[in-house]
Design a protein around this ligand. Structure first.
Ligand SMILES: Cc1cc2nc3c(=O)[nH]c(=O)nc-3n(C[C@H](O)[C@H](O)[C@H](O)COP(=O)(O)O)c2cc1C
Length: 234
């Protein structure tokens, strides 16, 4: 029976490492992917791509790249979640196109997407501009609050943050549908990039094993850090 109340969904989501062979119906997967697409993202640039691995040969290779972890080997479905910081121009243009289709572009929207976003995402040849931008931001920050204009490493972090939120939304949607998942960062990133033919700037954030939990699926009861270690008031 699918969990429907939000807190029930959150509480019943566990990392599942052993799955039943039952396939994930396409309409369930589609609903969960569409839920993930609604996740918040930095500047709404949605720098992610879910790659659904269907081809059996690619799947075998992907399992090996996931170090043959049990969730990868037993799940009826495996996806790769890829960060796509390389798509910022295309996605920025799409945002501007939609804004313009809705009426005259506001000056602030235009300045943000035409000036600030390129300033953040452009790292220059060999990424050399990045450390300069970061140092400049740090220097201004000594005088007044300033955004970080970001090195390439900062942009990577930004893309991974957004992708992780999409992953969380996807996993909770699966749970709401009565399905389970295992996020995996235990994999070989170089072989993963090659297998998925990723362009420069794209990286696998995590693989996601998906299916229904077997009765050996959850390996231990939750272990939670004490609340005061993870929540602080100031
Ligand atoms: C980014 C990320 C990467 C993870 N990688 C793996 C992994 O490679 N293999 C694995 O078995 N579990 C992996 N996990 C699952 C965690 O071990 C799990 O979330 C944690 O132990 C808490 O358990 P719970 O999800 O059941 O609450 C990963 C979780 C996250 C968020």
């Amino acid at each position: 029976m699918p969990e429907t109340g939000f807190y029930d969904v959150v509480a019943s989501r566990r990392t599942v490492r052993d799955f039943l062979p039952d396939p994930v119906p396409p309409e369930v997967l589609d609903r969960c992917l569409d839920a993930a697409r609604l996740a918040p993202s930095s500047s709404n640039l949605q720098p992610w791509e879910f790659v659904v691995i269907r081809d059996p040969a690619v799947r075998r290779a992907a399992n090996a790249i996931c170090l043959d972890q049990l969730p990868a080997k037993t799940a009826p479905l495996l996806l790769a979640l890829v960060t796509r910081r390389d798509t910022w121009r295309r996605n920025r243009d799409e945002i501007l196109r939609v804004f313009e289709s809705r009426g005259p572009l506001r000056k602030r929207q235009e300045a943000y997407y035409r000036k600030i976003i390129p300033a953040i995402y452009t790292a220059g040849p060999f990424g050399l501009l990045g450390p300069l931008k970061r140092a400049f931001s740090r220097a201004v920050s000594l005088v007044r609050p300033t955004p970080n204009f970001m090195s390439r490493a900062d942009v990577r972090v930004m893309a991974h943050k957004s992708a992780a939120l999409a992953a969380a939304t996807f996993m909770l949607a699966l749970r709401a549908e009565g399905y389970d998942s295992c996020p995996m960062e235990g994999f070989d990133p170089w072989r993963a990039a090659k297998l998925l033919a990723l362009p420069r700037g794209a990286e696998v954030a995590m693989f996601l094993a998906v299916g229904k939990r077997s009765d050996k699926g959850v390996w231990w009861d939750r272990i939670l850090m004490p609340r005061e270690w993870t929540v602080r008031e100031l």
